[in-house]
Design a protein around this ligand. Structure first.
Ligand SMILES: [Zn+2]
Length: 285
């Protein structure tokens, strides 16, 4: 992908080198005495503990190290791709939906991160949290795509970011909210099927981004599309399950098979039109 020296998004929040600590209230001997006294005299122990100080918030962020300078080009790459998603989605929202696009924040982290959606470790991979409209990505996932998923090159990482931004688009359009409301109302198996449709649509939206980014900025280099397809194939549920368990359980799929992911991504790249991405109305996925 051609990305060097281009405009970078200002919506990237850098949380690298910060350790998130869950600091439940530390009940020392003094606090325990206060609680006992409070209970004896009928006062509210929590109020008294707040009066004597101590941790009031459940989570603190401590800067423990500076970001690794060798990650600077990768950080720049992420900033540029996010900018490209903003430019494309502003245009597509205006032209195809007649409404304004609201930009998400992208949080770059390492090791672990706290979001409104919960506490996540780098091992869980990139994700989007609808509750705070933020995309969370660990830069080391770039290396994982290259080594574990055997998807080399820079474009797989761009596809992954575009897929997560696709979830943000679904959030803005109320699609992910609709799916979330079904949780608990339908069987787990049926819910997994909805989840697959949501994921395949995010792949389609990643493709829509490629389509328009190429038209607007000519970002593609030879082999980029193949790189993205290889990544989509590598992170298909069937492929991951085969690698991790050695067998495939289709009912438990939540992201779609390698073939489905590649097909919907390709459809988005060719079409660029949101009307072609109704994975929920489509009887064959
Ligand atoms: Zn996804």
């Amino acid at each position: 992908m051609k990305w060097q020296g281009r405009k970078r998004s200002s919506n990237v929040e850098d949380r690298r080198g910060r350790t998130t600590r869950r600091t439940g209230r530390n009940l020392g001997l003094g606090s325990i005495v206060i609680v006992i006294l409070a209970l004896l005299f009928g006062a509210d122990p929590a109020a008294l503990l707040n009066l004597v100080g101590g941790d009031t918030g459940p989570v603190t962020n401590v800067q423990t190290s500076e970001p690794d300078p060798s990650e600077a080009p990768l950080k720049e790459f992420v900033d540029v791709v996010l900018q490209d998603t903003e430019d494309v989605w502003h245009k597509v929202f205006r032209e195809q939906l007649g409404r304004e696009y609201v930009e998400p924040t992208l949080v770059v982290f390492d090791e672990q991160v706290q979001s409104v959606c919960g506490y996540a470790s780098a091992a869980s991979g990139p994700f989007y949290c609808p509750g705070d409209s933020k995309v969370y990505i660990d830069l080391d996932f770039y290396r994982q795509l290259n080594s574990f998923f055997k998807a080399p090159g820079d474009f797989p990482m761009a596809y992954v970011i575009a897929h997560e931004v696709g979830h943000h688009v679904q959030n803005l359009l109320g699609i992910s909210g609709e799916v979330a409301r079904q949780r608990g109302r339908i069987s787990q198996e049926e819910y997994n099927q909805l989840s697959v449709r949501l994921e395949l649509q995010a792949d389609f939206l990643a493709g829509v981004w490629v389509h328009h980014a190429e038209k607007m900025k000519q970002i593609l280099e030879a082999g980029d599309i193949e790189e993205a397809l290889r990544a989509a194939s590598a992170i298909g549920d069937d492929h991951i399950q085969k690698r991790t368990r050695g067998y495939v359980v289709p009912e438990s799929f939540t992201h779609g098979t390698s073939e489905q992911r590649m097909r919907w991504l390709t459809k988005g790249i060719r079409s660029g039109n949101l009307n072609d991405g109704d994975t929920f109305g489509s009887s064959s996925l």
